[in-house]
Design a protein around this ligand. Sequence first.
Ligand SMILES: *Cc1c(COP(=O)(O)O)cnc(C)c1O
Length: 394
Amino acid sequence: MHFNEYPTQSLMYITNRPDVVFTHGSGSWLFDNEGKRYLDFVQGWAVNCLGHCHPAMIEALEKQARVLINPSPAFYNEPMAQLAARLTEHSVFDKVFFANSGAEANEGAIKLARKWGKKFRNGAYEIITFDHGFHGRTLATMSASGKAGWDTLYAPQVPGFPKAELNDIASVERLIGEKTVAVMLEPIQGEAGVIPATHEFMRELRELTKRHGLLLIVDEVQTGCGRAGTLFAYELAGIEPDIMTLGKGIGGGVPLAALLSKAEVAVFEAGDQGGTYNGNPLMTAVGQAVISELTAPGFLEGVRARGNYLREQLLALSAERGFHGERGEGLLRALVLSQDIGAQIVEKARLMQPDGLLLNAPRPNLLRFMPALTVTTEEIDQMMAMLREVLDSF
Ligand SMILES: *Cc1c(COP(=O)(O)O)cnc(C)c1O
């Protein structure tokens, strides 16, 4: 079907989208309405950790859809309990609450920390977050984010989120006061341009928060579920946070997110937290299938190996073209360009013929790579060849 035949005009305008309609996908490839295929290194924004339409996810959806879709969040269901058990078994956390989006999981983390502050810290409610951080698009998570312009976009903000500088422990210490209840950060700032908190900084934060009796909250919506080469990125620093949020990868493409905490921090009382679709068996069944794949023998080793391979290829390209190197962990990486041509590269890569390439530029001088965790070295080679062709056209 031609693009103009799709009723896209009925959609509320929120951003500029290219004139294509995607119709199907398989693994690392997406196909549009004209039958053109695209090598996908965006994967729904680091969401489709198993690539497009993975058989294990299809099977889980089909099987669960036939038996039970939604008994109500007020009742237990089997996939909800099984997935929670898998997550606590594979992490340092004891309790899980399921949500539908990363922002909603983070809202839950904020509420849990404030509740804990009421109970144990004299009503302390401030959560120290970071400049350039990203925690979602609800009012509270926008307020927790440190994205330029977001402080005034839907003013007034939700109060209680003073901002520190990433990798500067003194900037955190300065903000700690009587009202402080927690520190919250992304182990790698994703939307800011793949900026890792150093492992040393993560350890300093853990020590500092322990010393002051504060909670440490990691937002692993983007870094979690194998993306950083370990099941969760906090493992890389060898620390144990008090609260973690998951989104994106945990559903492999379907709306699923989670709030996890240590047992002693899980202080919600009846009625404090909820939501109509929370823990619905259709999504949690998919989450179970995703976690099974991620924890299968050899899977994460493969992510690390291909993450290293992508890193080497990007470093070689950077040296060859005089760029400023690359950074990241596992299969969440960024290439630092020498000019502000990120957006043009993204556009030209998508328009390439016969196959297109899907990339993302979170900053004008940066390209971000977040392929399926199942991406092959051949697909990485193919992406690099296509990227070189695009760069040659400048
Ligand atoms: C994407 C993202 C979110 C928001 O998740 P949504 O599912 O879009 O609400 C929150 N935190 C981080 C670190 C993210 O990358």
